[in-house]
Design a protein around this ligand. Structure first.
Ligand code: PLP
Length: 393
């Protein structure tokens, strides 16, 4: 059975060009990039090239790029550094819809005595900028807001938010894990102090990421050890991963335009056809300021897990907006923060496309999914009675 992979916000396929670029560095060219000999030196040179490619994709200088192990490490390193370099400040501003890499860290820091403001979002997943402005205080050490939401694709006004923070002398971090490679980002014209990237979201392998740190930003390393990454992240480099990420950044720069036209056209067709063919369905999140590859659709009165299982029979991969916790299906914190009604939140599916998806694949999903929803609804007592009295989650 062919796999139809529409779960690219979870992870992406390593591009063949990326794999080819990495392969020599597993076996033949295994030298340590810090070694004095030329066998290691040639690997060091490739890492320098990868750093230049990663920097170019986001309009940064190469020495503003720190290679890490993943998006989660980049996020943790940014927040921890801001707190360690400004011990007198005890306040963090973030949002209710962040990825657990920020959300769980902030909850942990709150337990340690830091004050955390989690900004709410409206029904479309948008930030209230007036409330944001009011949240900034002289005690605020860092603002951390995601560039684009992993579940809905909603894009926050990061430049405006970063400028407001800079005007008050507050560090601004953005988790750009879902945005980099999908939409243009230019740190040379930005007020952002730190930005996180994860390789496996842009056709590089798992286990490699980047933390961008603006020149002049005080930085305290998260991993203390050797002099790698100019003493900002100890540990022998993941050389194949870094070289793969460099190649993926080059490809992303080339494909950005395609992502914004071909992928968006595929996403829009999938979304519009499903909304037309399936009654009681709707899109979650701002449809204007949104990543070109993401569509989060709720199918009322069915459970996302049921839809996923039945799509799986056809080889269709996507994600649901609910997670099985303690035996009960809880809608995701993102949909809850948006106030999506309970009967809608439970039946939400995230489709996230990539440049490798085709028209035929979208046709297949448009054909198979409506009967799946119909079958599941025929088994739902709520659908049969038209019951909507489940309240909101
Ligand atoms: N931030 C966002 C918005 C994400 O979507 C993810 C992964 O899903 C992460 C952070 C964590 O990245 P990683 O899996 O590389 O740790």
């Amino acid at each position: 059975m062919k796999t139809i992979y529409l779960d690219n916000n979870a992870t992406t396929q390593v591009a063949l060009e990326v794999l080819e670029a990495m392969l020599p560095y597993f076996h033949d060219l295994y030298g340590n990039p810090s070694s004095m000999h030329s066998f290691g030196g040639q690997v060091g040179r490739k890492i320098r090239e990868a750093r230049e490619s990663a920097a170019a994709l986001i309009g940064a200088a190469p020495d503003e790029v720190i290679f890490t192990s993943c998006g989660t490490e980049s996020d943790n390193a940014a927040i921890r550094s801001a707190l360690l370099t400004q011990p007198e400040k005890r306040h963090i501003v973030t949002s209710r819809v962040e990825h657990p890499a920020i959300k769980a860290l902030c909850a942990h820091l709150a337990e340690q005595g830091y004050r955390v403001t989690e900004l709410p979002v409206d029904g479309e997943g948008r930030l209230d900028m007036e409330q944001y402005k009011r949240s900034l205080t002289p005690d605020t050490a860092i603002v951390s807001l995601m560039w684009a939401n992993n579940e809905t694709g909603v894009i926050f006004p990061i430049e405006a938010a970063a400028q407001l923070a800079r005007a008050r002398g507050i560090l601004f971090h953005t988790d750009a894990v879902q945005a980099v490679g999908k939409i243009p980002i230019d740190m040379s014209k930005s007020a952002v102090s730190m930005l996180s990237i994860s390789g496996h979201k842009l056709h590089a392998p798992k286990g490699v990421g980047v933390l961008y740190v603006r020149k002049g930003t005080r930085f305290s390393p998260f991993l203390i050890g050797g002099h790698q990454e100019r003493s900002r992240r100890g540990g022998t480099e993941n050389t194949p991963g870094i070289i793969g990420l460099g190649k993926a950044c080059e490809l992303a720069a080339q494909h950005m335009e395609t992502e914004n036209t071909k992928v968006k056209a595929l996403r829009d067709r999938l979304e519009n056809e499903l909304l037309t063919r399936v009654p009681n369905s709707r899109v979650n999140g701002d449809r204007v300021n949104r990543l070109p590859n993401t569509s989060n659709i709720s199918f009322e009165f069915v459970e996302g897990e049921g839809i996923l299982l039945m799509m799986d029979e056809y080889g269709i991969c996507a994600s649901s907006g609910s997670a099985c916790t303690s035996g009960s299906l809880q809608p995701s914190h993102v949909l809850r923060a948006m106030g999506v009604p309970f009967t809608m939140a439970h039946g939400s599916i995230r489709f996230s496309l990539s440049i490798y998806n085709t028209d035929e694949e979208v046709d297949f999903v448009i054909d198979k999914l409506p009967p799946i929803i119909e079958t599941l609804r025929s088994m739902s007592p709520y659908w049969r009675t038209g019951e909507r009295a489940c309240g909101t989650a």
